[in-house]
Design a protein around this ligand. Structure first.
Ligand code: RP5
Length: 177
């Protein structure tokens, strides 16, 4: 089977120069996970976004996780909701750093996602972020910070991002904001 044959339905997966793979358990996770993609794009960090379900497409998960490092990815951001096994299972099959984003589920507001991602047994780490959009944005920023350790241009872009963010905070609250 050709590598990433699972991912060719909509567009061929371009092999990286993409440092970050954003994976998610379902199409329904994309409204959250697109914030990670948007943040990486703002920082000009190459990335892919892929649907990989631990429960519905376990073979796709196995294929992805086993080959991610050889494909050139350096960091994986994994978003999942409910019984959210995707980040932990991915981490078990790749030496790459995995950052988990708990999706805000309907039934339990993401607390199920959070607890099932964060409480990894010792030996296989997943860096767990906040529930929902904040977690997706911060996963991208954390990935950027790690990549910036070996990339001075990216470090400068990240400094600029944070400076701009600071400048956008008003000194006083406004009634009509
Ligand atoms: C998980 O199940 C996904 O990560 C998603 O958050 C959740 C629900 O998926 P759908 O039923 O909306 O496809 O695997």
């Amino acid at each position: 089977m050709a590598p990433f044959a699972f991912f060719t339905r909509d567009q061929p997966l371009q092999s990286p120069a993409r440092d970050v793979a954003i994976i998610m358990g379902s199409q329904s996770d994309w409204p959250t996970m697109r914030h990670a993609a948007d943040t990486l794009a703002k920082l000009d960090i190459g990335h892919d976004a892929l649907i990989v379900s631990a429960h519905r497409t376990p073979e796709r998960l196995y294929e992805f996780a086993r080959t991610a490092r050889d494909k050139g990815y350096r960091i994986i951001i994994a978003g999942a909701g409910g019984a959210a096994h995707l980040p932990g299972m991915t981490a078990s099959m790749t030496p790459l750093p995995v950052f988990g984003v708990p999706i805000e589920s309907k039934a339990l507001s993401g607390q199920d996602s959070l607890l099932s991602i964060v409480q990894m047994p010792a030996g296989i780490p997943v860096g767990t972020l906040a529930i929902g959009r904040a977690g997706a944005v911060n996963a991208a920023l954390l990935a950027a910070a790690v990549l910036a350790l070996g990339d001075t241009d990216l470090a400068a872009r990240l400094d600029h991002y944070r400076s701009q963010q600071s400048e956008q905070v008003a000194a006083r609250p406004a009634d009509d904001a």
